[in-house]
Structure formats: structure tokens, C-alpha cells
Design a protein around this ligand. Structure first.
Ligand code: GCU
Length: 419
């Protein structure tokens, strides 16, 4: 191109994109209300930049996904995994028993992945066939999900326990986070597993977990632990495709906190997940990075250097240079239903930043012909807003409560059961 014409085009494109960015999102949306932002004149990138029609979305979507993969979560080393033929395999069909007065079956098959045993804990409504399901990692081992002696105590590394070993005393400790009976009563199955089965959550130089099957350390743009856990969820879905009781086309992936970040990245990469739920996922999940409210990119990369790929550290205290923000991660779910949930006291996860991500993903849903998030302003506490994007900020702090599950079941029943 002739240099003068090139400069002219660059000027026009530059002015047009500044104008688009300004109309797209005023700075007030990014700036935390309660503190002076250190980022000046910062704008959210536009997920629809350069496109006008639904037909153009898949290519734009892939461009955005690749940016997240390369700059933040890291790419899965597919070639290496293929070279050693990594696949999920059934190791043990597991026992089944009837629970909740015969309403449900508890089933515990074991699958293997890259040399690791993944112990699944599955709750099926009785006489299930092609039942929709929630797939969600648990934080502390299957034995914490329900107080039942038949659920084995995990033998894998666990956080915050003496010697990093789980104990039988913790049976049912996390039960308040799992509305198992309510899930069954709504006609859904629940599939859960301990995330440490896939990769233990500490900075181990990628020597443990499924990484042990690969000889070398990942490159700067290759997976951190969140991408590894997300990949693990997809491999569990491969297995669920072989289970007649479960409808693999109606699997909702759900996660809380670091596992909410994981659920979002799993949903972004694997469009087989029919619905995605992020519970209090915060920084690196649903919360906008540019707001720098609560946890920041620098803080998360310092405290958890193994979660993201090495390239993400380039954005420590440098969020303005990110080629995306987290509303574009939410947009990667489109047109599938996605729910973002916050808790009002969970300021570390920046509830408003989570709401704004859901709000600013909405133009992508609208381009694809659905409503997105109905709320234009942050909804009042305990007042959910549910379209094809759902959002609520509930009372209380960081955690998963019955209120959260009630709303997830309402949202999922509407989208996956047409109720
Ligand atoms: C820490 C971390 C968060 C994360 C949370 C969790 O608070 O800073 O990013 O979401 O742990 O997973 O519980």
C-alpha cells in the first residue's frame, strides 16, 4: 500500500475505533467507585470490533479465544498430549447405591487421565435416561460434598490440611455448598470430582498431576493450572458422552471462585457445554481486570503463579495493555446461557466488576439474536436478573449458598428443560 494511503487508512481506523470504544463504554464503568483508579483514560476493548453480522462472529470469537489462550490461561499442549495418546479411560465402573429415600442413585466410577485417577461422584435422579446434569469440581475432595461413609476420602494432595492429607473427619464439611437433593428434585444429575485429582493446586513447577505425563515445563503461552483443570472438565465430558443416564448435550459446567474461573475457561473452549455458571469467580474470572478493584492481575499472579500462563505476568499493573477484558470471556459463551453470580460482601471478587462483564457481553448476545442480561444497572441485592445472561448479587460473603443454587436451578430449568 502506498505510504500516504496507509497513513490515511490508519488514521481513519484509529479515529473510528476510539469513537467506537468511547460510545461502547464510558470510563465511569471501569473506574471503581470507591477508590481512585490508577489507570487513566482506559477503555474496554469492544468484543464486536470489526464485525457487524452474526456470520462474522465465529471468526471473531476464535480470535478472542486465542488471545485469552496465549496471553492469560495458556494453550493446551495438544500435540504433546496426542503424541502420548492421552484419553479418558474407565478404570472402575464403581458402586451404585440408592439414596434420599430412593429418589436418587449415588454412583462412583473412576476414570483415568494421563496416569491420574479421577474419582467421580455422580448423583442421578432414579431411572435417569438422558438426564441434564451439572458438572462441577469440588475444592476439598468428594467426601466433603455429602456425609456418607461410602464416599472415599481423597488420597491426593489437599490444601490447608496437616501434611496436605484429607481426613474422614471432614466428611460432609462442604455439604452446605451442594444442594444435592434440590438438584435431584429439579430433574438434574450432579457430577462432581476433586480438582486436585487433575492437578494439585500448588506451584510445583508443573511436575505433578497430569503434567507429570509430559516431560518438560510449559512454554510462556502454554497452560497454567486453570487451563489444565478446564481441560480436565472437557475430558470428563468425553466420558459423560458414553453414559446413557446423562444427556451430554445438556451439561451445565459450574464452579466457585478459582473453580468459577475454571468453569468459564472450560465453557469458552468447549462449546459442548450447554450452559456455564460462574459463582464468585472474581479476578481472572468474571470481574473486569481494568477496574483494579479488589484482587488485581499483579496480586493474583504473585499469590498464584501457577494458575495462568507466564505471559499473563506482562499485564501486572499494566491492565490497559490487555487485548481483552473479562466481559469478552463471558461473550465467548454466546449464544449459550451463562450465569454470573456475586456476593455483596465479597469485595475481593469485585461484584460490580462481575456485573459489568455480564452487561458488556450483552451486545454479542444481541447480535446473535438473544437478550443477554436484562438489567442495565447493577441489580439490588438478592434481586436476580435473568435473560440468556443471568446475574445476581446476593447478601453475604464468598461461598455457594442455597440462594445461589435456587437461582441456578431456575435459570437452568428454563434453558435446559424449557420450564
Ligand atoms: C483467593 C484468590 C481468588 C480465588 C479464591 C478462591 O482468594 O485470591 O482469586 O478466587 O482464592 O478460589 O477461593
Amino acid at each position: 500500500m502506498h505510504i500516504r494511503r496507509f497513513l490515511m487508512v490508519a488514521l481513519v481506523v484509529g479515529v473510528a475505533s476510539i469513537a467506537a470504544a468511547q460510545t461502547f463504554n464510558p470510563r465511569d464503568d471501569i473506574k471503581p467507585k470507591d477508590e481512585e483508579s490508577t489507570v487513566s483514560n482506559d477503555r474496554l476493548p469492544d468484543p464486536l470490533s470489526g464485525i457487524e453480522s452474526p456470520a462474522e462472529w465465529p471468526a471473531r470469537r476464535e480470535q478472542i479465544r486465542q488471545l485469552f489462550a496465549t496471553e492469560m490461561f495458556g494453550n493446551v499442549p495438544t500435540d504433546k498430549l496426542n503424541a502420548i495418546k492421552v484419553k479418558v479411560k474407565v478404570k472402575d465402573q464403581g458402586t451404585r447405591k440408592s439414596i434420599f429415600g430412593g429418589k436418587a442413585t449415588m454412583w462412583q466410577p473412576v476414570v483415568t487421565l494421563a496416569g491420574r485417577d479421577l474419582q467421580l461422584l455422580i448423583f442421578l435422579p432414579s431411572e435417569s435416561k438422558d438426564t441434564p446434569a451439572f458438572l462441577a469440581y469440588n475444592f476439598h475432595g468428594n467426601h466433603t460434598v455429602l456425609d456418607d461413609v461410602d464416599i472415599p476420602v481423597t488420597e491426593h494432595w489437599v490444601r490447608n490440611k496437616p501434611g496436605n492429607r484429607a481426613s474422614a473427619q471432614d466428611r460432609g464439611n462442604g455439604a452446605s455448598r451442594w444442594a444435592v437433593e434440590k438438584i435431584i428434585d429439579h430433574g438434574f444429575a450432579l457430577v462432581t470430582l476433586y480438582y486436585g485429582d487433575v492437578d494439585p493446586d500448588f506451584d510445583d513447577g508443573f511436575a505433578n498431576g497430569v503434567h507429570a505425563a509430559l516431560a518438560d515445563k510449559p512454554a510462556g503461552d502454554q497452560w497454567g493450572s486453570i487451563a489444565t483443570w478446564a481441560w480436565g472438565l472437557s475430558r470428563v465430558l468425553d466420558y459423560l458422552e458414553t453414559v446413557p443416564e446423562i444427556d451430554e448435550q445438556r451439561v451445565a459446567v459450574m464452579g466457585h471462585s478459582r473453580l468459577g474461573k475454571t468453569a468459564l475457561w472450560a465453557g469458552a473452549n468447549d462449546e459442548r457445554f450447554a450452559l456455564v455458571i460462574s459463582n464468585n469467580s472474581g479476578c481472572g474470572g468474571a470481574a473486569l481486570s481494568r477496574r483494579r478493584s479488589g484482587e488485581t492481575v499483579a496480586r493474583i499472579n504473585t499469590a498464584f503463579p501457577h494458575w495462568f500462563c507466564k505471559n499473563f505476568a506482562h499485564y501486572n499493573d499494566n491492565e490497559a495493555q490487555l487485548p481483552f477484558d473479562q466481559h469478552m470471556l463471558i461473550a465467548l459463551m454466546a449464544p449459550r446461557p451463562v450465569y454470573v453470580a456475586s456476593a455483596v460482601e465479597d469485595t475481593w471478587a469485585d461484584p460490580e466488576g462481575e456485573f459489568l462483564s455480564a452487561k458488556h457481553a450483552t451486545p454479542v448476545y444481541q447480535l446473535l439474536g438473544s437478550e443477554g442480561l436484562p438489567a442495565k444497572e447493577m441489580p439490588a441485592v438478592d434481586q436476580p436478573s435473568q435473560g440468556s445472561i443471568g446475574y445476581h448479587v446476593r447478601s453475604g460473603g464468598h461461598g455457594v449458598t442455597d440462594f445461589d443454587w435456587t437461582e441456578y436451578l431456575k435459570f437452568s430449568s428454563k434453558h435446559l428443560l424449557n420450564k
